[in-house]
Ligand binder design. Structure first.
Ligand SMILES: [Zn+2]
Length: 75
């Protein structure tokens, strides 16, 4: 499923890549800022794997900080 959460970004782009489904709630402010940046530069922005939301297990597996903003859907 590839639902758009903003004009240009799909939920699939920001989900935790491990497939756990523990990627809610999405932080509305972060998504708003991301879309605002996209609109401002008028260029596509590609979210890297793990560049959006991460569950604690995935974050640990890639050596992310224990209090990484990705854990709170704010990165
Ligand atoms: Zn996960």
């Amino acid at each position: 499923m590839s639902l758009y959460i903003t004009k240009d970004f799909k939920f699939a782009e920001i989900r935790c890549p491990c497939g756990c489904g523990k990627d809610r709630p999405v932080d509305a402010r972060s998504i708003y800022l991301l879309q605002s940046l996209r609109d401002y530069i008028d260029q596509p922005i590609y979210v890297s794997k793990g560049g959006g939301i991460r569950c604690p297990r995935y974050n640990k597996s890639i050596g992310g900080y224990w209090n990484s903003a990705h854990l709170f859907a704010k990165a």
